[in-house]
Ligand binder design. Sequence first.
Ligand SMILES: [Zn+2]
Ligand SMILES: [Zn+2]
Length: 371
Amino acid sequence: MCLARDLIGICDMRRIIARGQDGNVRHLAFRVMRAMVLEAPRTPLRAAELPDPTPGSGELLVRVDACGVCRTDLHIVDGELDRPKLPLVPGHQVVGRVIQRGEGATRHAVGDRVGIPWLGWTDGTCRYCRTGRENLCESARFTGYDIDGGYAELTVADERFVFAIPEDYPDLQAAPLLCAGLIGFRALRLAGDGERVGLYGFGAAAHIICQVALHQGRRVFAFVREGDEEARQFALELGAEWAGDSLAPAPEELDCALIFAPVGELVPAALRATARGGIVVCAGIHMSDIPSFPYEILWEERVLRSVANLTRADGEEFMALAPRVPVRAQVEPHPLDDANEALGRLRDGRIRGSAVLIPPGRTPVPDQEAA
Ligand SMILES: [Zn+2]
Ligand SMILES: [Zn+2]
């Protein structure tokens, strides 16, 4: 495409007629990639062929090897986050290789393995950026929401916001670290250093953060959807010392609670389960309304807060920590074209760990699928 100076006509889906920089008319291959596209909220993603993206100044063209499926993707598809660019290629847990660098991009070499997270761009100048809180940037742009993401064969990212991926992580294992792991880790840090950690909702984020909390010498209590015996067993296998229904009383007081399920009823439940001075962190980007609750369950210096997005510093810190735990993500791979099925399984609570999409032609070795 970049060879063409003037587009004259399109022959078919894959070829264009253009006048080149030398002035001669020629037929050029119009290279296309496979992508899953959201055209309107509350409709299934459509399998599409889009022109290969081109990296602009300071950007990288990345060949996607794996892309994690996040609950945020589901909130976007379901219209609960209502300002996506449209049409949109979702996906913000992207693992791939740099195959081309835009002008002035020097931080990563062609061939480097990189991860592309949710935070895709910040202005660097607002009051939040200037005080180390770029996660709250007033003009932030997010991957797979404001910027096309990784449900595709190729994607483009601002090189300042991508991370190097630890070499001991295969592609499938690395993908869930980029949001489930990273934002879960930020939530755990904001929950303080209490010993008894409650995890509400035991999906992609909690199954990673359970491992991190145990590595830090804490005790983990898992709260799962009523009757979800599989999730309860999963939490116990990963080292939670207790696992039970999310609205049931905890076996003992918690020092902090992380709420990953998008269910407002869990907020008063977690406050009731928390000791004096305890901290409850809502870790998701969307939650159903929180029912009113008596002041006495917040009294005694309990803290209720949310966590929003990530900073690049969070990413660097978590990518260094993950191999030391070592975090082992449980992964359910799906071909890219099956993105709707993967999202449906997530909506129904049927995924154990994290779903990860694999573009056509990428064939991860079998042991990458093991936990
Ligand atoms: Zn800013
Ligand atoms: Zn996410």
